[in-house]
Ligand binder design. Sequence first.
Ligand code: ZN
Ligand code: ZN
Length: 337
Amino acid sequence: MKSSETNIEQVPAGQSKAWNFHPKLPIDMSPIFDLPPKPKASLKWLLGTWLKFSPPVNHLIFALITVYFFMPSPEGMQHFSADWMLKITAILFGSIILLGTALHLYLYVLAGQKMRLKFDVRPMERSSRFTFGHQVWDNVFWSLASGAVSLTLWTILYFYLASNGWTPALDTFGSSPVWFILFFFVLRFWQSFHFYWIHRLVHIPWLFKTVHHLHHRNVNVGPWSGLAMHPVESFFYFSSILIHFVLPTHPLHVFFHMFSLSLGALISHAGFDKLLIRDKETLNAGSFHHQLHHRYFECNYGSEEIPLDRWFGSFHDGTEDATLRIRARKKLLFAPK
Ligand SMILES: [Zn+2]
Ligand SMILES: [Zn+2]
């Protein structure tokens, strides 16, 4: 065991027995919205994740490859026709199948890093509450039949409208370089903001029961759980693309955004904090913030970028105190009126 070399902290005894591994507690949010302002910490947080091969950098690489090697021509996309629509479908389904399979094989089938940095001690489940009685096949099915389908339909709709000049467009980097770069940062916050509100919506009890329940059958999660959503939830989740219908953007932004939503969900549900290859940290993976949501339900609806959960009292920072507070909140929310 060489975890000391990787600068990764294993759980000190007594910190939280609820997990096989968790990051340092209490977990925190981005410092961007802290008061008084913390400019140095904010800049470090904003730029930090762009300096290594981790999300969002890998999403940008996927987007660059797509736009410069596989992108259909704008003229061809002015009409609904099978050739370009199938190409977009193949890109989006292919990327999900490639990454989902690679992560699942490495982490769960080959057990490439065994239990190291795995949040939950439990394996993937066989249970009648899942479609096909098997968590992994259930998750693969819903990720492709619902998640990837919704992603593809929204993306095809966008490119059809954009190619006809019905959405504002940013044709080249040179036409507005500052906005071109700035928009990657805007997208990160937009995605977080949109996700929080969509997620709050599907936690309204009747929507939870009929729609969001499907995603929450995964109390412990794996890569394929990320997009395993009811079609209604998938539709809302990928409606995040609507920002490109009103603000001028480049196809690179659109694919970066769509890969952040799709591949990002596979990675954030990996169930492991980081990917280790030969005991070396290689990629930031699972989100402990969201893993807490899957276990305790009525907390951490958003993500770390915007502290909406902190502002609205639903932030679980991973500590035992927070668990007690969230349980009390849940009782209050679901008490008979
Ligand atoms: Zn989830
Ligand atoms: Zn939820």
